[in-house]
Design a protein around this ligand. Structure first.
Ligand SMILES: Nc1ncnc2c1ncn2[C@@H]1O[C@H](COP(=O)(O)OP(=O)(O)O)[C@@H](O)[C@H]1O
Ligand SMILES: Nc1ccn([C@@H]2O[C@H](COP(=O)(O)OP(=O)(O)O)[C@@H](O)[C@H]2O)c(=O)n1
Length: 222
C-alpha cells in the first residue's frame, strides 16, 4: 500500500506501526532520498550541481531495512540511520529531490525493493508513492494534518531547536517539495486521512481499518 503526505503528518511512524500490525514490510522512501544527500555531502559533491548528483548516484550503494522491527539505513558499510535525520541533511535533500533523473533512479530502486519483498504486503511511504512509484497499489492513502499539528509534533522530536525554527524549516521544505510533486491534494482514487484530531494509536488504527476494508472490497470484486 502507498502512503504520501507532508512533513510531520506521521507518514513514517504511522506506516511503520501499521506495517507491523498487518505483518507487512515497510519502505521509508524519504530515508533513501536522505541517504543519497548524505552520501553526496560526505563525498564533498556540490548538491546544487544536478549533473554531479546524477553521476554520483551511479555508484551509490544503499541498504535499507524493510522489516518494521528492524529498521536501518546503510550507505556502503556506514550505518547512517541517525545521521540522515540531521538538519544539514534535511536541508540538503531538496536540491537532489527536484532532479528528474535522480527521482527516476530512486523510483526504480523502490520498485525493485517492492517486488523483492517476501511479506504478504508492503507499506511504502513518501511524497509520490500514490501517484508515481506505486500508483497501481491496492490501497492508497494521503495522510494529512494541520500545519499547526505537524509543527508541534516535529518540535517535540527536535528538542534542541526552537519551535519557530522548526516551523519555518518545515514550511519552506514543504513549499520546495510541493513544486516537484503534489502531495497536498489527493489524486483520483486516493483516500485522505486527516490525523489532526487523532492521536498516534487512533491514526494507526484508522490506516489498518482502511487496509482491511479496501482489501475485502477488492477480494469481493467491488
Ligand atoms: N496522529 C498523531 N498524533 C500525535 N503524534 C503523532 C501522530 N502521528 C505521528 N505522530 C508523531 O509525530 C512525529 C512525526 O511523525 P513522523 O512519522 O516522523 O512524520 P513524517 O514521516 O510524516 O514526517 C513522531 O514523533 C510521531 O510519533
Ligand atoms: N517519495 C519521496 C520521499 C521523499 N522525498 C524528498 O525527501 C525529503 C525527506 O523525506 P522524508 O519523508 O524523510 O521527510 P519527513 O516528511 O519525514 O520529514 C523530502 O523533503 C523530499 O524532498 C521525495 O522527494 N520523494
Amino acid at each position: 500500500m502507498a502512503v504520501d503526505g507532508p512533513a510531520g503528518s506521521g507518514k513514517s511512524s504511522v506506516s511503520k506501526a501499521a506495517a507491523a500490525a498487518l505483518g507487512y514490510a515497510y519502505l521509508d522512501s524519504g530515508a533513501c532520498y536522505r541517504a543519497l544527500a548524505w552520501s553526496l555531502l560526505q563525498r564533498g559533491i556540490d548538491l546544487e550541481d544536478p549533473a554531479a548528483a546524477i553521476e554520483a548516484q551511479k555508484t551509490f550503494r544503499l541498504d535499507i531495512g524493510t522489516e518494521p522491527g528492524d529498521y536501518f539505513v546503510r550507505v556502503g558499510d556506514v550505518d547512517v540511520t541517525d545521521a540522515i535525520r540531521e538538519p544539514r541533511v534535511t536541508n540538503a535533500v531538496r536540491h537532489i529531490s527536484k532532479v528528474p533523473e535522480v527521482r527516476a533512479g530512486l523510483t526504480a530502486l523502490f520498485r525493485r525493493i517492492i517486488r523483492a519483498t517476501p511479506n504478504p504486503g508492503i507499506v511504502v511511504e513518501g511524497r509520490d508513492i500514490t501517484t508515481v512509484v506505486a500508483s497501481d497499489a491496492p490501497v492508497r492513502i494521503l495522510l494529512t494534518a494541520s500545519e499547526e499539528a505537524r509543527m508541534a509534533r516535529r518540535s517535540e522530536e527536535l528538542t534542541d531547536q526552537s519551535a519557530a525554527v522548526v516551523g519555518e524549516q518545515l514550511r519552506s521544505r514543504d513549499q520546495a517539495d510541493s513544486r516537484v510533486v503534489d502531495f497536498m491534494n489527493a489524486a483520483d482514487g486516493v483516500l485522505t486521512l486527516d490525523s489532526t484530531e487523532l492521536d498516534f494509536g487512533q491514526t494507526v488504527h484508522a490506516v489498518v481499518e482502511i487496509v482491511h476494508t479496501q482489501t475485502a472490497r477488492i477480494s469481493h470484486g467491488r
